[in-house]
Ligand binder design. Structure first.
Ligand SMILES: [Zn+2]
Length: 259
C-alpha cells in the first residue's frame, strides 16, 4: 500500500469515527453541554491549524524519521504471524512512549504551556480531542522520531498508530453516555471517558493523573491512576484559571506571564 493510500484511509476512518461520535454524544449525552458557540469555534480553529501543519510538517517529518532508522527489521518480521506480532508489540510500545510523553507535558513547565491550551477547555466532547496547540502536535511528532528509530518502525505502523490515537482520543474525550457495566469492562483494556474525564477535572491532583491514551494499563502500572470517580457535574478545566479566546490561547505558550 502506498503512503498516499494509507493516509487517505486514515483520514477517512478518523473522519467517519469523528462524525459518528459527534452525532452520538448529542443523541445520548453523559453531561449537560454548555451553549457556547465560541468554544466550538475555538476548538475548530485549533483543529484547522493542526490540519494545515500535518501535511506541511508532521507527515514529511515522520516520513524522514521512518527512512532514518538505526537498524532494519529482518524480512521475516514484516509478514505473516511474525509481522502481526511485530505490529501489535510496536503499537503497544508507541502507546507506552505516548504515556510518558504525556507525563512530561504535565511535568516540564515549557511543555505544559503548550499542553495547557488543550486542558483549558471547560467542557469535554469530541471537539476537545482535536483541540491542541499546533506546537504541541509538531513537538510530539518530532520527539516520536526517537521510538520510531529505536524500534525500526515502518511508516505504515506509525500511520496505523496515529489513526488509533485519534480514534481513542475522540472516544475518551466524548460526552457519550455509555452503560456503566459495559464501560467498566471496557476500561480494563482501553481508556474510556470515565478515566479521561478525571484527567480534565479542574483539580490539580486529578489533572496530574490518568495519562494513558489507548491502553488503560499504564496508569495502574506506573501509579498514576486517580481514585476520583467521574461525575457528570465535575468542573472541567485547569484549577484556578479560565479558558481564553483563540488568539490568546495561540500566544499563551510563548509568553511567560499568564495573560
Ligand atoms: Zn494532559
Amino acid at each position: 500500500m502506498t503512503l498516499e493510500t494509507l493516509l487517505a484511509a486514515k483520514t477517512m476512518i478518523v473522519g467517519v469515527w469523528f462524525v459518528v461520535f459527534f452525532i452520538a454524544e448529542r443523541v445520548s449525552r453523559a453531561a449537560a453541554p454548555p451553549k457556547s458557540t465560541a468554544r466550538m469555534l475555538r476548538n475548530g480553529g485549533m483543529w484547522l491549524l493542526v490540519l494545515i501543519a500535518s501535511p506541511l510538517i508532521v507527515v514529511p517529518l515522520t516520513e524522514w524519521g521512518a527512512n532514518h532508522l538505526i537498524w532494519t527489521r529482518p524480512d521475516s518480521m514484516n509478514s505473516g504471524a511474525a509481522g502481526t506480532a511485530a505490529l501489535l508489540v510496536t503499537l503497544i510500545l508507541l502507546d507506552l512512549w505516548t504515556y510518558w510523553l504525556h507525563r512530561a507535558y504535565h511535568r516540564i513547565p515549557a511543555m505544559w504551556r503548550l499542553h495547557e491550551v488543550h486542558h483549558r477547555d471547560e467542557f469535554l466532547d469530541t471537539t476537545s480531542a482535536v483541540r491542541f496547540h499546533f506546537g504541541e502536535v509538531v513537538l510530539s511528532a518530532s520527539l516520536r522520531l526517537i521510538p520510531i528509530a529505536l524500534l525500526a518502525t515502518p511508516l505504515s505502523t506509525v500511520i496505523i498508530f496515529e489513526a488509533l490515537v485519534l480514534c481513542a482520543a475522540i472516544f475518551h474525550h466524548s460526552n457519550l453516555r455509555i452503560p456503566p457495566v459495559f464501560e467498566g469492562l471496557l476500561s480494563r483494556l482501553i481508556v474510556t471517558p470515565s478515566i479521561h474525564w478525571v484527567h480534565h477535572h479542574a483539580v490539580k491532583a486529578d489533572t496530574d493523573s490518568n495519562y494513558a491514551t489507548i491502553f488503560s494499563l499504564w496508569d495502574p502500572l506506573f501509579r498514576s491512576r486517580s481514585l476520583t470517580m467521574r461525575a457528570p457535574d465535575m468542573k472541567i478545566g485547569v484549577e484556578g484559571v479560565e479558558d481564553k479566546g483563540f488568539f490568546r490561547l495561540m500566544l499563551m505558550p510563548f509568553r511567560k506571564a499568564d495573560i
